[in-house]
Every structure is written in structure tokens, then in C-alpha cells.
Design a binder for this molecule. Structure first.
Ligand code: CP
Ligand code: NVA
Length: 317
């Protein structure tokens, strides 16, 4: 059966471990050319309803480095923009390409696309989830801390799409995940319910607080994201009022985390809003490692979703 990657909850803890292991291997100098022909003769459609730098470029390069052909499309260029249904688009694309990645305004549209598609569908960001980002965040965390299980990750700011996928990923990997958000900007209830269910019987602990200092206390990693996600521009002024200054990641807030805590941000960042320049450009920041890891984790994810079990296992360390 085809596999999709829409929220993060489609993976098991073992899947996450093997995808991150393969990503690390694909990244290493020694194995950089590994898998260079595995997608030979296969194409991946990359559909964008919203702007993108990292997702667009990392997916295009990832497909090319694996020997496949990326077809990058903006939704407005497709007949989708003129009213062709999502289902018909999915059925047609399934006859041409071997995988579809889509960045969409409404998560429900992605679910419809996946339902009607015969090939794997990957969420390249929706209003509710951004799972491909969190795979890169986990690899970055592992590189800097040597493990995932038992770490404390503090999310400060908007309980947005990245935060929702993070709650689920933390549950799968045994991370203590504490999100400090203002009232009205908490993570999605459905995502939290999924995360809580997955966390049962593991060392993971998913908690919501309102105090950023409480969240970052003893944290190994502090993460934030924009206060005004794509599609929420009309609420920009109201949002900034709710978040600034209490939920800004400043040097003072970072000083309440562990001494060796790292700072992550999916980018693009807004210096002086969700994070100060001193933090994002300072010694604790790993945001460019995180951006680079989008490429390696995407390559590993494509292998996981598109290759047969034996072919995939032969690549994994
Ligand atoms: N982090 C991220 O998804 O960046 P883009 O919007 O540039 O793709
Ligand atoms: N939460 C942000 C992430 C951008 C990569 C947004 O949706 O705009």
C-alpha cells in the first residue's frame, strides 16, 4: 500500500529512527553519492500554493541527487487554479509521476489529494502541519545532542503548523516537549490528542504552559517560528500585540535554558520579532545546519516512501 506523510503521525518510532539514520548517512562525505540512481526514471511533482525557498530548492535538489526528475509547479499554473477538482488532479498526476509533494493553504485539500492519489503524497506545509521541517529539526537535534530520547525541547511563541508536527514527533521519539503560547494561540487540539495518545507508555511528555521561562527551564533546545504564518497576514497586528515582547526569544530567555542549549528556527525568520538578532546570529543558533538538513532528510524520506522495502533496507545503516 502507498504511504503518505501528511502530519508526522504516519511514522512509527522505528521509521523515524531509520529515516534519520539514512539522512545522516546520505549527509556524510563518505556516503554523499549513495542512492544517486535509486529514483532513476521516476518523477516527483512539487506543487506550491504558497511561496517557498527551502522546501522548493531542497526537494528539487533531493530528487535530482537521487537520480529522479522533479516537476515544480505553482498551483495557479495548473488547471486547479481554474477549478479542476483536487481529485481529478490527483488521478491525473498519479498516471505521470511517482510521488507528489504539495504545499497547500488548507490541510483538508491535502487529505483529499492523498485520498485520490495512487502515489505517495508528502505535505510540504499546510495551515496545520509541517512534518518535513520537523524531520530536519530532529536530525539537527540529534547531531548536536547525540540522542533524542529524554531531551527537553521548549517551543516558544505561536502553536502553529511546525509546532503541531513537533508535538507528534516528540511523542514518537521520547522527547519532553513543552510549548509556551499565549492564550488563543495554542497548538491544534487534534494534533495534541494524537501526540498524547502516542506518548502513552513512552518517556515522552507533551505539555502546554503560558510562561516562556517555565518552558525553557532546563531545556536542551529552544525553538520558535514566525508570529505571522503565511495566510495569517490579515491578523498580523493583533498577533504581534499578543506575542511581543513576552514570547520573543531573547538572550535573557536563552539564559534560563541549559547552558549548552541550542536554538532552532525553521526560517524564514523575522529578527526583532519572534527572535532577536543576538540569538539567531549567536553561538547557540543552529538554524543553518537545520536548513541544510532539509535536503538530507528529504532524500531519506523520498527513499522511505518511494523504494521497495528491500531496496530501502539496503541503503539504511
Ligand atoms: N522552512 C521552510 O519550510 O522554508 P520555506 O518556506 O522557504 O520552504
Ligand atoms: N509557520 C510558518 C512556517 C514557514 C516555513 C508558515 O506557515 O508560514
Amino acid at each position: 500500500m502507498k504511504k503518505d506523510f501528511l502530519t508526522f503521525s504516519e511514522l512509527t518510532p522505528a521509521d523515524v529512527k531509520s529515516i534519520l539514520g539514512l539522512a545522516g548517512r546520505l549527509k556524510s562525505q563518505r556516503d554523499r553519492g549513495l542512492g544517486s540512481a535509486v529514483l532513476g526514471g521516476r518523477s516527483v511533482a512539487l506543487i506550491f500554493e504558497k511561496p517557498s525557498t527551502r522546501t522548493r530548492v531542497s526537494f528539487q535538489v533531493a530528487v535530482s541527487e537521487l537520480g529522479g526528475y522533479p516537476v515544480s509547479l505553482s498551483a495557479s499554473e495548473l488547471q486547479l487554479g481554474r477549478g479542476e477538482t483536487i481529485e481529478d488532479t490527483a488521478r491525473v498526476l498519479s498516471r505521470y509521476v511517482h510521488c507528489v509533494m504539495a504545499r497547500v493553504n488548507r490541510h483538508g485539500d491535502l487529505e483529499r489529494l492523498a485520498e485520490a492519489s495512487r502515489v505517495p503524497v508528502i505535505n510540504g506545509l499546510s495551515d496545520l502541519y509541517h512534518p518535513v521541517q520537523v524531520l530536519a529539526d530532529l536530525l539537527t537535534l540529534m547531531e548536536h545532542k547525540g540522542r533524542l530520547k529524554g531531551l527537553k525541547v521548549a517551543w516558544v511563541g505561536d502553536g502553529d503548523n511546525v509546532c503541531n508536527s513537533w508535538a507528534i514527533a516528540a511523542a514518537l521519539t521520547g522527547i519532553e516537549f513543552v510549548a509556551a503560547t499565549p492564550k488563543g494561540y495554542e497548538p491544534n487540539k487534534g494534533a495534541l490528542a494524537t501526540a498524547s495518545k502516542l506518548a502513552r507508555g513512552t518517556t515522552a511528555d507533551i505539555r502546554l504552559v503560558s510562561d516562556p521561562v517555565e518552558a525553557v527551564s532546563h531545556a536542551d533546545c529552544v525553538i520558535t517560528d514566525t508570529f505571522v504564518s503565511m495566510g495569517f497576514e490579515a491578523e498580523g497586528r493583533r498577533r504581534k500585540k499578543a506575542f511581543i515582547p513576552k514570547y520573543q526569544v531573547t538572550e535573557q530567555l536563552m539564559s534560563k535554558a541549559k547552558k549548552d542549549a541550542i536554538f532552532q528556527h525553521c526560517l524564514p525568520a523575522h529578527r526583532g520579532e519572534e527572535v532577536t538578532a543576538e540569538v539567531i546570529d549567536g553561538p547557540q543558533s543552529v538554524v543553518f545546519d537545520e536548513a541544510e538538513n532539509r535536503l538530507h532528510t528529504t532524500k531519506a524520506l523520498l527513499c522511505y516512501l518511494m523504494l521497495g522495502r528491500a531496496e530501502y533496507s539496503a541503503l539504511t545503516p
